[in-house]
Design a protein around this ligand. Structure first.
Ligand SMILES: CC(C)(COP(=O)(O)OP(=O)(O)OC[C@H]1O[C@@H](n2cnc3c(N)ncnc32)[C@H](O)[C@@H]1OP(=O)(O)O)[C@@H](O)C(=O)NCCC(=O)NCCS
Length: 203
């Protein structure tokens, strides 16, 4: 299996909403991605499984004969497995959300998206990245810590569904040589583990 990261397209909204509902079922009201994408401050990316189409057609074909590497499904039929959003203002990037389809978790995809978000934040001249995460979300906390995010404060009762605390995490100086060096080391380890050759965000 391999995954391609690209900027979100309007055709992805239905699948992104589906992943959002699966990942954040208690968030009310649900995020309106039609509206969200209109903001010039917001940047969303997705990754799709290049062996599968929305209707499953490519999967069946692939089981009989391999899909040629240069032949991918057109946007709108690509099977989106993850999405993430970044909000950028005044040199600061804020990770709005990151979610992977349940059946695709623990395959390095969340990490692939986080690497892509960090690359995007650097490209857009951000100096630091912040985010909020539920205090009980051990998977996400571990992912962010791995990439150097540190817990800077606690927002008590931040989440309205169960009054859970939010942990605010930040990574500073993302343009620094030290951060870049660590990021490259993590990318190389991720690339070796998951056989990913290229880290880039397609349009
Ligand atoms: C958090 C999430 C995005 C991780 O995605 P994923 O594709 O499963 O994660 P990966 O396979 O890329 O794992 C990368 C790292 O994340 C951490 N991690 C992921 N799942 C974990 C788990 N179940 N328990 C502990 N650590 C976990 C580990 O540090 C892991 O690194 P390792 O492989 O070296 O141990 C995914 O669990 C998800 O979509 N959760 C629901 C939505 C959500 O909570 N988003 C975060 C909002 S702030």
């Amino acid at each position: 299996m391999s995954y391609c990261v690209r900027l979100i397209h309007r055709e992805d909204i239905a699948q992104v909403t589906e992943i959002d509902r699966e990942a954040f079922p208690t968030m009310l009201p649900p995020t309106n991605y039609q509206r969200e994408l209109k903001s010039p401050l917001v940047h969303y990316i997705v990754a799709y499984d290049d062996q599968k189409m929305v209707d499953g057609a490519l999967v069946e074909a692939a089981s009989r004969r391999p899909v040629p590497r240069n032949k991918v499904a057109p946007p709108g039929r690509q099977y989106i497995v993850t999405f993430a959003g970044l909000w950028i203002m005044a040199g600061e990037a804020h990770i709005i959300n990151i979610a992977v389809r349940q059946s695709y978790r623990r395959k390095g995809i969340g990490e692939l998206l986080l690497i892509s978000l960090i690359d995007l934040a650097i490209k857009l001249n951000s100096l630091l990245i912040t985010l909020e995460v539920r205090a009980s979300n051990t998977a996400a906390l571990s992912l962010y810590r791995k990439y150097g995010f540190v817990e800077t404060r606690l927002r008590r009762g931040y989440y309205s569904d169960n009054r859970e605390d939010a942990v605010v995490m930040t990574v500073e100086d993302i343009g620094s040589a030290a951060f870049q060096e660590n990021l490259n080391r993590l990318k190389q380890a991720h690339s070796r583990k998951w056989s990913i050759a290229l880290y880039q965000i397609a349009p």
